[in-house]
Write a protein that binds this ligand. Sequence first.
Ligand code: FPP
Length: 305
Amino acid sequence: MPSNFPSRVHELSAEEQSIYRQLDPSRIPQHIAIIMDGNGRWAGKRALKRFLGHQQGAESVQFVVETASRINLPWLTLYAFSLENNLRRPKSEVSFLMKLLKNYLIGNVKRMNDNNVRMAYIGRTYDLPQEVQDTMQWAMEATAKNTGTTLTLALNYGARSEIVDAVRRILTDLTTEAHTRGCSVEDLLGAGALDSLDESTLSRALYTGHMPDPDLIVRTSGEQRISNFLLWQIAYSEIYITDRLWPDFRGLHLLEAIADYQRRDRRFGGLNENSDEKIDTLQPVSELETEIATELAPPRELSRR
Ligand code: FPP
């Protein structure tokens, strides 16, 4: 586990350290996922072409990854290219993004290794250009032995199709098992396969089956939506939205997001630890009627108006 490695907090910049000192190191999230948005707007504000916004965005990726590795964040997942980006953006922009990704990987594998970062991918990556896939594979193998932060790039990714792929995988596995056992799928379903299919079966069949769900999801550039990212996995994630555009986002801002996260009260649908009421000291509702009437009645001055 990354947490067994010597701390690299001293490598943070002075500004980052001043925020890190406010954090509780025992409550650093296990997994942060980021929707990197605002590259186009960043470029537009400077009367530059959108491409330059993406290029600057790639710089932010490396800054943020290195800060994440210095604080021993185990999992960082970045939404780099969605299925919808692939289908709906002009061909020239898509091919620029592919070139940028390839150059980014070639140019940064050494830095990934220097920072003990392991690279991984999620999404329908088999539909990306072959030369991009080859570079991705190379970068993944070249960093496979690293034990620090796992940087997962979501590429040609869509959460709904991830769920579809998971269901297909479950059905394929079931068909294979029936074949191996020499029985029908129906036989297996009747013999308990249907009853034992639960949330953990689906979680394990997702691209992220080996990862913990994100504790924190960050979105840059102020948009308040999830855009088909990790829909299943973020059921209980804390959401942090910043107006900062992705090309202006740095490690410092990741630490600010973690500070904000640490101020939240995560309840996962329950109550917080201090809210356990002792049943034997609870008063019957009939004895509380006056109290309820006073609490719920509008203040007199208001009700007279
Ligand atoms: C949104 O900006 C961002 C993307 C389409 C993809 C993110 C890509 C990068 C950060 C650069 C390359 C990444 C890697 C890993 C090398 P937008 O164009 O939607 O911005 P806008 O909403 O302001 O137009």
